[in-house]
Design a protein around this ligand. Structure first.
Ligand code: ZN
Length: 263
């Protein structure tokens, strides 16, 4: 695994104190010991400048759907912390906190009603949303993993949540393995990467064998536990249509006014 350079004082100096700290929903849990966010409750973020506005309006970034990646890359003070090694939950907190810091907490949006199709305006208070956390539901270890007892096999497994770049690399390595005549599938690969030990034993062959024959019930419980292991921000959002009174539910919509409230 890659070693990270912790000292980034020269860049911090260049920013001349124009930074702020964002509380991480993970509190630095769910990162391995060699990760720069291991045990860190906050992350230092650059205050937004015209440079970030240029990134947010860059047509090629927008077309290639990398605009938020580039934005995060630009505002994270520690250059060793690439956006794709930050858990989604923490990325969301950084986006919300940056937006609040630069433009305030009120986020006006236009929604289309799911019942009558009329458009209506409403406002999201981003500070309230940021505070609204869904706590991780499992016991965590001091080295960033979670513990789960499986209902059917009664095995106790220790697993880790993959970082965004690791999750996206699974598909690629499956393709590579298939080209080399190795028979595998996504679920198999996924489980083998996330399970660190079974009943305390970390033998890779034992884990591989267990994964091959994992009971359906265990697999279902595991998938759900995996999704809920990390504390995250509840970005679900409810609003009432001004035309028909229907209650519309959905996730946080990122519209132009998220970063350009004057539009
Ligand atoms: Zn309506």
């Amino acid at each position: 695994m890659k070693q990270f350079e912790m000292d980034d004082s020269s860049r911090a100096h260049d920013l001349n104190g124009m930074t702020h700290y964002v509380a991480l929903p993970t509190r630095g849990e769910h990162y391995s010991k060699d990760h720069p966010l291991f045990g860190q409750e906050t992350i230092e973020i650059k205050m937004l400048t015209t440079k970030e506005e240029d990134i947010l309006t860059n047509v090629s970034y927008i077309e290639n759907e990398i605009v938020l990646d580039k934005f995060l890359e630009s505002i994270i003070v520690n250059r060793d912390i690439k956006y794709n090694i930050i858990h989604d939950a923490d990325q969301m907190a950084i986006l919300l906190a940056s937006r609040i810091e630069a433009y305030g907490e009120d986020y006006p949006i236009v929604l289309g009603c799911q019942k009558c199709n009329e458009e209506y305006e409403c406002e999201i208070n981003l500070t309230d949303m940021l505070k609204n956390e869904i706590k991780g539901q499992l016991e965590t270890t001091t080295h960033g993993t979670s513990i789960l007892e499986l209902p059917k096999s009664q095995k106790t497994i220790e697993f880790r949540n993959l970082l965004p770049h690791e999750a996206s690399s699974i598909e690629k390595s499956i393709e590579r393995m298939k080209k080399n005549g190795i028979n595998t599938n996504f679920v198999n690969e996924f489980y083998q990467r996330v399970i660190q030990s079974i009943d305390g034993g970390s033998d890779g062959e034992v884990i591989a064998e267990f994964v091959k024959h994992m009971p359906i019930r265990d697999s279902r419980v595991f998938k759900k536990a995996y999704e809920n292991a990390i504390t995250k921000i509840d970005t679900s959002f409810q609003s009432v249509c001004t035309a028909c009174g229907h209650k519309n539910k959905g996730g946080l919509p990122i519209q132009a006014s998220f970063f350009f409230p004057e539009f």
